[in-house]
Design a protein around this ligand. Structure first.
Ligand SMILES: C[S@@+](CC[C@H](N)C(=O)[O-])C[C@H]1O[C@@H](n2cnc3c(N)ncnc32)[C@H](O)[C@@H]1O
Length: 228
């Protein structure tokens, strides 16, 4: 990734949007943390990708949100609210895109990181990024990248930190919640959810089985309550 590759209209619009939403100082924090991340590993996670421009073989394409890597500053701020020992964490990113959240999760020393993404182009970019990330970081994290619709993903018994950075609408989120509850019923365990940029999607927050542990303008950190 070179600086020239990120000087484009989409990124300019994103900066303006953020200045309006969170002010100049916080926007600068976002920009610097994003640039630092991509320059550190020499990968591209900053540039956005619209779903219309991607080959996606899923009826849920229409309710999915475009690719935008999670900001590094926001990720650290929200993930640090999760009270799980990193070496015991299996992190799942629902709609993993180019892999940015996966790599940031690995930087925290999580045992295993799984990415689920329905765009084959993004999966291929993520796989290339992963090779570069592994070589540069010497990370010991185990990785798995799955090319599939995240709402069809059977959540494995060890998954205990589930990450959503505004991948899809409320209805599909409710379907995934059904999958989470099913996985929990088969293997009861401590499960945490980070839901960023919900943009009016209240599926987790309003669900009786999830308890908000931390709330911020950027989203929610929740815990799954045990079944009675
Ligand atoms: C806002 S981006 C988040 C990217 C990534 N999680 C990160 O934090 O860097 C949302 C991603 O979700 C993917 N997505 C949307 N709907 C999906 C679905 N039903 N199944 C799998 N991926 C989906 C999009 O292709 C996009 O890459």
């Amino acid at each position: 990734m070179s600086l020239l590759e990120i000087v484009n209209l989409e990124n300019f619009k994103k900066v303006l949007r953020n200045i309006r939403k969170v002010g100049l100082v916080t926007t600068l924090r976002y920009v610097i943390s994003d640039l630092t991340f991509d320059l550190k590993y020499k990968i591209d996670t900053i540039n956005t990708a619209q779903l219309d421009a991607l080959k996606i073989d899923s009826p849920n394409k229409t309710v999915g949100n475009y690719y935008e890597g999670t900001n590094a500053y926001i990720f650290q701020k929200m993930i640090s609210q999760v009270r799980l020992e990193p070496s015991r964490v299996t992190f799942v990113d629902f709609g993993s895109g180019k892999g940015k959240a996966m790599f940031m999760a690995a930087e925290r020393g999580f045992r295993k990181v799984i990415g689920v993404e329905f765009s084959i182009e993004l999966v291929e970019t993520c796989r290339k990024n992963l090779e570069i990330f592994k070589a540069k970081s010497k990370s010991k994290t185990e990785f798995e990248i799955l090319h599939m619709d995240a709402s069809e993903y059977e959540i494995p018994p060890e998954a205990n930190l589930l990450f959503f950075s505004n991948p899809f609408n409320e209805e599909l989120t409710r379907k995934v919640i059904g999958n989470i509850l099913k996985s929990y019923d088969q293997t009861p365990r401590e499960v945490w959810v980070v839901h960023l940029h919900p943009q009016g999607n209240m599926a987790f927050v309003r669900h009786p089985r999830f308890e908000v542990q931390h709330e911020a303008p950027e989203g929610y950190v929740l815990r799954l309550l045990p079944s009675n």
